[in-house]
Write a protein that binds this ligand. Structure first.
Ligand SMILES: [Zn+2]
Ligand SMILES: [Zn+2]
Length: 335
């Protein structure tokens, strides 16, 4: 019933929210999240309007954490800045502008959250009695976006400094509209983008040609982190990495490894990097550094690192390759 790209909220995420609220979610709302954690649905009263359901914070992996960081509690906090928003309301959806929100209400005496949905309109500072009699019915109105097939004649751009943004998970096949060119190309980026506004979903072409960075005056990778604060690279290199290269998912802010006076090409997290390459002479110094740093001195411990997904250990290891001499390098990041 929701946008196809919002996965269900895991039970532990729902329980964590309920713990914070000190009360269970109403069954209908819980049911919605168990189907899809976020996503869009149509307005049962206005054909042209669309709602965005606020997700429940899901920390099961970095991708979900990033996608759900602005959760139901975050939006409720923002909503409460408007003194007319009901003090005992919980904002559950907005219409992209925050001027119209859907909310549920807690009983002031018991704290119990009701199943009815109310509409809050900032411009009238009013909130209306049951907007839709049943949440499920309202959300069943959700329009499922048509699947967009990529144009086969249009070659995907090649990113000199990011080997495969699809493999690293920041780019995916999707019907979403690029916030820069306004087109649904069949692909969307949803990695980091540092800018004042909140646009961050772009097609690969608007990243590659610099138009997204220019239009929103943002960076995909922090310019100061290119070279990891150790080497000063030519400005053109820093510019290409920060403004025309997809980022990657990381716990701390991304760093970009450099070698031979150039930025390295990001290959991915170590468990996804070719084993033969990691066993080669080009990787020897990097392997030694990482073994020392991660305190994994034996070969068996090193193999464990390569075989274990980062979410199951205390650190993620990001691997880059020098575009000139082939040397591997990178860094680790505490999870
Ligand atoms: Zn675009
Ligand atoms: Zn090199």
């Amino acid at each position: 019933m929701h946008s196809h790209d919002a996965p269900p909220a895991p039970d532990n995420a729902l329980r964590a929210l309920e713990e914070k609220l000190g009360i269970a979610l109403p069954p209908a709302l819980r049911g919605c999240y168990a189907t899809a954690n976020g996503g869009r649905f149509g307005d049962p009263q206005r054909r042209d309007a669309e709602w965005q359901l606020h997700p429940v914070r899901d920390s099961s992996d970095r991708k979900q954490l990033k996608r759900t960081a602005e959760d139901i509690l975050h939006f409720t906090q923002i909503a409460l800045r408007n003194t007319h928003f009901p003090r005992h309301g919980l904002s559950i959806a907005h219409d992209y502008t925050m001027s119209r929100q859907l909310l549920v209400l807690r009983d002031e005496a018991t704290g119990v959250i009701g199943d009815e949905i109310f509409l809050f309109e900032a411009h009238t500072a009013r909130w209306s009695a049951p907007y839709a009699s049943d949440l499920r019915a309202a959300m069943a109105q959700q329009r499922i976006p048509e699947t967009v097939q990529p144009d086969p004649s249009r070659a995907l751009p090649v990113f000199r400094y990011h080997a495969d943004p699809f493999a690293s998970g920041v780019m995916r096949a999707a019907s979403d509209t690029c916030e820069c060119c306004g087109q649904a190309t069949g692909y969307i980026y949803d990695g980091s983008f540092y800018a004042v506004g909140d646009a961050s979903q772009f097609c690969p072409w608007c990243i590659a040609d610099g138009s997204a960075a220019a239009k929103f005056d943002g960076e995909f990778n922090d310019a100061d982190s290119v070279g990891m604060g150790e080497v000063a690279l030519p400005p053109a290199v820093v510019d290409e990495v920060s403004r025309r290269t997809p980022s990657f998912f990381s716990y701390q802010q991304e760093q970009w490894w450099a070698h031979c006076n150039d930025a390295g090409c990001f290959l991915g997290e170590i468990e996804h990097v070719d084993r033969a390459l990691l066993a080669s002479e080009s990787a020897r110094a990097f392997k030694q550094d990482m073994q020392a740093q991660e305190q994994l001195p034996t070969e068996a411990e090193w193999q464990w690192l390569l075989a274990t997904p980062s979410r199951e250990r205390h650190a993620a290891v990001y691997v880059f390759r020098c575009l000139h001499c082939g040397t591997l390098g990178g860094y680790s990041d505490c999870t």
